[in-house]
Design a protein around this ligand. Sequence first.
Ligand code: PLP
Length: 374
Amino acid sequence: MKETTRLVRAGLPEPPAKLAPGAPIHSGPVLAAAFSTPSDPSQSAYTYNRFHNPTWDELEHALGTLEGGVARIFPSGMAAITAVFAALLRPGDIVVLPADSYYTTRILTREFFSAFGIETRLAPTANNAQEQVLGGTKLLWIETPSNPGMDICDIRLLADAAHKVGALVAVDNTTPTALGQQPLAFGADISVASDTKSLTGHSDLLLGHVAVQDTELNAKIDRWRTLSGSIVGPFEAWLALRSLSTLPLRLERQSQNAQIIAEFLESHRVVNAVYYPGLASHPAHALACRQMRFFGPVVSFQLANRSRAERFLAASKLLVEATSFGGITSSAERRARWCQDDVSEGFIRLSAGCEDIEDLLADLDQALTASTTA
Ligand code: PLP
């Protein structure tokens, strides 16, 4: 079966197995804190919801198949990232992060893991600069495309270099999702994502997951989840499973819209620069074409200054001004307002949704024009 068929059928039995007569086509969430566990607990498939849940299993099976590994779900992208750091890093270890990663990942190591004796080294995503600082590293953390700068690095090249020095390699794969880019197939040990974004795509839940191929690594991640209680409610897991079946439709449409928007912005007189891996002008476009199957929904671009960016956002009738990305509804925000990314005051991160592209282009055009008049 092709990937799209698997995703559309997520939660259904694998052919040739069929649903029993009278069974609901899709099962609902299993809402239980505890499961009947007479006598020896090892004889019960399920015992207590902090350890396991049938709805998690369905979602993890679908995610694992998509990733080409085994998946464990977490209540947010940051919970998934924390699970990797906590399960794998020990005092004296060094982790190499992208200097331009999603900023909370950097804050997490700076404010918490450094206190446990873990050293963080930073290097930019572009030009595979992380390769230069790998000596003595325990974990190389990659984020490609980087958020919000949309820089790209070569997963295979960096994974090979990291493995030579004995480091594990994790990729934050949030922006493209595992349908758009498969880190494990390029040699990464760990694929991590915030599924709050395109993977679930309706801007109505927080979720994350970690996928690996190695059984021992999976056991460490699983152990962290069980002991820390960093678990997903069955209802959220079920909502995610429901959303996953439309991922191929949504990601394809978002990526098509994002490409057209990026090209439109690039040719617009009011826009100073556009950052999108699907653009021929992106410095790593050739690499992105080899590594990514979809370029994803996020298009970043630069207007002259803060007031122009604010006027643009206020004038748009279709862009929801909100943080986060990957939803079916287009959104955008002025990134410098969070004071955490190294971006100019007029830098905007836009997330292309699934609306009709003609409506989006007309709206962008009028909002860009409006941005120039005080
Ligand atoms: N990784 C990336 C690249 C992100 O953009 C985000 C959130 O924006 C996260 C991780 C964290 O995800 P969550 O908000 O689901 O914890």
